[in-house]
Design a protein around this ligand. Structure first.
Ligand code: MLT
Ligand code: MN
Ligand code: ZN
Length: 306
């Protein structure tokens, strides 16, 4: 099973077009030791040729261009992206669906009912795409059964409901539904190796912790270092929790959660990193703290084989 990080940043990307925070300004000027990053997406493949795109980023076309393995060029019109799975209906995870409209067959899209409802109403990408390639909704039922992902033979995919929030434009923004947000477990059925992927983890519930303990590779919420990071910088009024994310530092933070797993040879990687997060700076004290806890920071183009 191959995994490629296409975009390791949170919504907005790094640098964000209108942001002059220390990180964005520094990476733009080349005065900080930090890499640019595109918005949140990974791709998973069983055979290295057919890929499941997990989240369709607004930066999808840039990501395809940067990852030639996504274009096997078998026919006049072709793509290695065989299907898409979205974990929520947020702008940073679904806008790229519009960029796939030139397909000649309907786009297979794995999504929960709650997300499909948002994509049919509040952010009507599905009705819009019906005028182009069309979308074939493959339901993520959250009934405990593994998903049928034809693009990934030999890989078992399980979805876990997460308690977080539907996007601001969702008709059920204020009435959370099961399936607004999910995490994913990918298991290579040949060797039993597992990846757990959850770029938005507002709360660490027991079923989430159990899945994390069993994983060989964790790709988890790396959005913010402190809960009030954006507020302190004067950039937002929202805390990490208001946005459905868990900060890394302090009591109950992600570092503590990852330490508590008690696993030693698991790779622990933070993903979906907001542009304000000091861990983006490779020689920062915060990055050193992560290294002391054997926690890595995802970057665009990072790849794994399980
Ligand atoms: C989030 O996860 O909170 C998003 O990155 C927000 C967004 O895309 O605007
Ligand atoms: Mn996001
Ligand atoms: Zn910034």
């Amino acid at each position: 099973m191959k995994i490629k990080v296409l975009g390791s940043s949170a919504g907005g990307g790094f640098p964000q077009w209108n942001c002059n925070c220390r990180n964005c300004d520094g990476v733009r000027r080349g005065t900080l030791k930090a890499k640019r990053r595109t918005q949140s997406s990974i791709a998973v493949s069983a055979n290295g040729e057919d890929w499941l795109l997990v989240n369709a980023s607004p930066d999808l076309l840039t990501q395809i261009a940067a990852n030639p393995e996504l274009q096997p060029a078998r026919r006049a019109r072709d793509s290695g992206i065989a299907a898409v799975l979205v974990i929520d209906a947020q702008i940073d995870h679904v806008t790229g669906l519009l960029m796939l409209r030139e397909r000649d067959t309907p786009l297979p899209l794995h999504a929960t009912d709650a997300v499909w409802q948002d994509l049919s109403t509040g952010f009507p990408i599905a009705p819009i795409l019906s005028h182009y390639c069309g979308v074939e909704h493959r339901r993520i039922a959250l009934d405990g059964a593994p998903l049928a992902v034809h693009a990934l033979p030999g890989v078992r995919v399980d979805a876990l409901p997460l308690s977080s929030k539907a996007p601001p434009y969702s008709p059920h923004r204020n009435a959370p539904q099961r399936g607004d947000n999910i995490g994913l477990v990918f298991t290579n059925q040949q060797n039993g190796k597992r990846m757990f992927y959850a770029p938005g983890l507002g709360a660490i519930e027991e079923h989430v912790l159990a899945a994390m303990r069993e994983a060989d590779l964790l790709l988890v919420d790396g959005t913010l270092w402190t809960a009030d990071e954006m507020i302190r910088l004067g950039l937002s009024r929202k805390t990490a929790a208001d946005m459905g994310h868990l900060q890394q530092s302090g009591p109950g933070g992600m570092i503590e959660v990852l330490d508590s797993l008690g696993t030693t040879d698991t790779r622990k990687v933070l993903i979906h990193i907001n542009n304000t997060n000091p861990i983006l700076v490779e020689d920062s004290p915060e990055r050193r703290i992560l290294a002391e806890h054997s926690i890595e920071v995802a970057h665009d183009g990072m790849s794994f084989e399980l």
